[in-house]
Write a protein that binds this ligand. Structure first.
Ligand code: ATP
Length: 269
């Protein structure tokens, strides 16, 4: 297994007694770069991230089968703090920041439970402020007063304070203005360039396929398609359902293709 790789095999998740949210989901995320998971509402995207970050039990969910391995070690069944210490950190959906705390206090909260010396934490702090200059300007401001996009940056910045090797991002573009979506995309690209692998869950397929080298499409708890982003972006299914493009089979002229279309097989797990 490649160092720093996440390997999910045959993952089954249930909520309560009867809601089967994931069925036989397998995916792998290399130790660097961006991998995207696309899917409509309720497809199981957040569930997948919760299973990896060990937070399923907070939502009355349990892993009912399969395995999750990170960097060669089993993650399934470990508690969230141990998973953070292993280098896997989640930014939950909805940019949850501590509204009554300042920006600086929110960032400090990201280091709780982190191993390592004060000097390491200061270096991380400087790197985060370098990545998000707006957070440096607003350091003493209460987080609740930031705009939606700035709160998303703070939520990502707080996660980075734990020095992740793998960052799990749940719909970072949700509800943001297009200009802010572009800025967040730039930040994700920069995080990956600085050596942190990213597992990006997104409904905005345009952004996700642009950022990721590889993508998976989840549909009602199962992996429906998987492959290189460029190949997925050429499939009729992804173009029609996730990119909102007209496709030939619907009687509309197809856009000019610049590269030959490659058939993408169904994922068989
Ligand atoms: P969204 O973008 O709407 O969050 P998603 O792809 O992230 O969608 P999940 O939130 O993972 O999807 O939900 C997958 C399935 O599990 C859905 O059928 C959902 O109703 C169900 N589910 C999610 N959380 C719970 C929960 N705490 N209790 C019971 N069922 C849940």
């Amino acid at each position: 297994m490649e160092p720093g790789a996440l390997l999910v095999e045959g993952l089954e998740v249930v909520y309560g007694r009867s809601v089967r949210a994931l069925r036989g989901v397998s995916l792998d995320v290399p130790g660097n770069g961006v991998v995207a998971v696309l899917g409509a509402n309720g497809a199981g995207k957040s569930t997948l991230l919760r299973a990896v970050s060990g937070t399923l039990s907070l939502h009355r969910g349990t892993i009912a089968g399969g395995s999750i391995r990170y960097d060669g070690a089993r993650l399934g069944g470990r508690d969230p703090a141990a998973i953070v210490r292993a280098g896997v950190v989640q930014v939950p959906e909805g940019r949850r920041v501590f509204a009554h705390l300042t920006v600086a206090e929110n960032l400090r909260a990201g280091t709780l439970g982190r191993r390592g010396r004060a000097a390491g934490i200061r270096a991380e702090h400087d790197r985060v402020l370098d990545l998000f200059p707006v957070l440096a300007e607003r350091r003493e401001q209460r987080a609740g007063l930031l705009s939606g996009g700035e709160q998303q940056m703070l939520a990502i910045g707080r996660a980075l304070m734990a020095a992740p090797r793998l960052l799990l991002l749940d719909e970072p573009s949700l509800g943001l203005a297009p200009r802010m979506v572009g800025r967040i995309a730039g930040v994700i690209r920069e995080i990956a360039a600085r050596g942190t692998a990213v597992l990006l869950v997104e409904q905005n397929a345009t952004i996700a396929l642009d950022l990721a080298e590889k993508a998976y499409v989840l549909d009602v708890g199962e992996v429906r398609l998987a492959g290189a982003s460029a190949d997925l972006a050429r499939t009729d299914e992804v173009r029609r359902l996730y990119l909102g493009e007209p496709v030939e089979s619907e009687g509309t002229p197809a856009p000019v293709r610049t590269a030959p279309r490659r058939a993408l097989g169904r994922w068989t797990g």
